[in-house]
Design a protein around this ligand. Structure first.
Ligand SMILES: Cc1ncc(C[n+]2csc(CCOP(=O)(O)OP(=O)(O)O)c2C)c(N)n1
Ligand SMILES: [Mg+2]
Length: 374
């Protein structure tokens, strides 16, 4: 049994790759290799998308490098396409590991015709119906009350599903977070709250964010267990999250899991020089030394099934090819026509929007020079 409210994060694999508790039988070398591959895929996706951003092919991106064990571990601890996920904007490693197609993710970031929203949503704010992955909102913690409501509905309907709600450490200071936690706790709703604590909310450090000694302790106030996990140890993440998801599914009400991790990249492309402005290079280096991907590499070494340099290189280039192919396919579908901004909101377009559309059509030739597609 895994204990809630520990003062230190629960760990299975030490930073040098040695198991510090008995490695559960399900973590065979093949399973660990699959987890490793999924984490490397997410890391390389990050690199490729940053390049696309610099090329001006997308306009917003928030890296998740360093947080792969938390997100991939979560994806492997729930029932895909059955449970509901209310994510936040840094969750592309989670989306990829849940099986959201690469083409859908890339199309959304590029806003092409192959994008399900056809460019009408901020880049990198996708949703995926098949995975029950609700469309991402930028407003911090705005997903928490609806996730609680989703879980309440699941309870009233008596379905065998749970709701997963993810957020950053910064989100726990928002009123919405407390409202959602309170509702889920009072209703005993089957909601798994996962805090991806990367210790920074843009330039605000966790210590300035809250006077609580940690995040998971806040669960106590809402009548649910709170767990503390090393979010860079995928074995620990999966051991805790799968037990907690099972408890929630069995009708024991909601829980909060705090995964302690670190964002090694910038907050987003709007945060150009983190190391100059608010954190030290030494701090980043200390967390780079706790890299979640390297930890699995070391564990595989320890188990006598090391990842060879060729295997690693092939894996990296396979992901680069996967992204490149998706970019070519997405861009071949073209940019959406500007007129679609008036579509898909109302069944019958109201008169003021019809007037605006007619006005814009009449002005098209004038506006072409200003960047509006004719
Ligand atoms: C309601 C609201 N307030 C402020 C912002 C601006 N903002 C964007 S990201 C962010 C930091 C969030 O940090 P955290 O929840 O820890 O997530 P992380 O980015 O670290 O993954 C802030 C304040 C916002 N998007 N929404
Ligand atoms: Mg954060």
């Amino acid at each position: 049994m895994i204990q809630p409210f520990t003062s230190d994060p629960l760990q299975w694999v030490a930073e040098d790759g040695r198991p510090i508790r008995e490695l559960p039988a399900r973590f065979t070398p093949d399973v660990l290799r699959d987890l490793y591959r999924e984490m490397v895929r997410a890391r390389e996706f990050d690199k490729k998308l940053v390049t696309l951003l610099r090329q001006g092919r997308t306009t917003f991106y928030a890296q998740a490098s360093g947080m792969e064990a938390t997100q991939v571990g979560l994806a492997r601890s729930i029932r895909v396409g059955h449970d509901w996920v209310w994510p936040y904007y840094r969750d592309h490693a989670l989306a990829l590991a849940l099986g959201v197609p690469m083409l859908d993710l890339v199309s959304q970031c590029l806003g092409t015709n192959s994008d399900l929203c056809r460019g009408r949503q901020m880049p990198h704010h996708f949703g995926a119906a098949r995975q029950n992955f609700v469309s991402i909102s930028s407003s911090i913690a705005s997903q928490v009350p609806p996730a609680a409501g989703n879980a309440m509905a699941q309870k009233y309907l008596g379905v065998d599903e749970i709701t997963v709600c993810t957020f950053g450490d910064g989100a726990t200071s928002e009123g919405d977070w407390h409202a959602g936690m309170n509702m889920a706790g009072a209703a005993g709703a089957p909601c798994l709250f996962v805090c991806e604590n990367n210790q920074w909310a843009i330039s605000t450090n966790l210590r300035a964010q809250t006077a609580s000694e940690n995040i998971h302790i806040k669960a106590r106030a809402y009548g649910m267990p709170g767990y503390y996990v090393d979010g860079n140890d995928i074995v620990a993440v999966m051991e805790v999250l799968s037990q907690v998801a099972g408890d929630i599914r069995a009708g024991n009400g909601p829980a909060l899991v705090e995964c302690l991790t670190y964002r090694v990249g910038s907050h987003s492309n709007a945060d150009a020089d983190a190391e100059k402005n608010y954190r030290t290079r030494e701090e980043v280096n200390a967390w780079l030394a706790r890299d979640p991907i390297v930890r699995v590499e070391r564990l595989l070494d320890h188990l006598g099934t090391p990842v060879s340099a060729e295997e690693r290189a092939e894996l990296i280039s396979a992901t680069h090819r996967e992204v490149d192919e998706a970019v070519l396919k997405a861009e071949a579908t073209g940019q959406p026509d500007w007129q679609i901004m008036f579509e898909d909101v109302y069944v019958d377009t109201p008169v003021h929007l019809r007037e605006q559309a007619a006005f814009l059509r009449a002005e098209q030739t004038v506006l072409t020079d200003g960047g509006v597609q004719a």
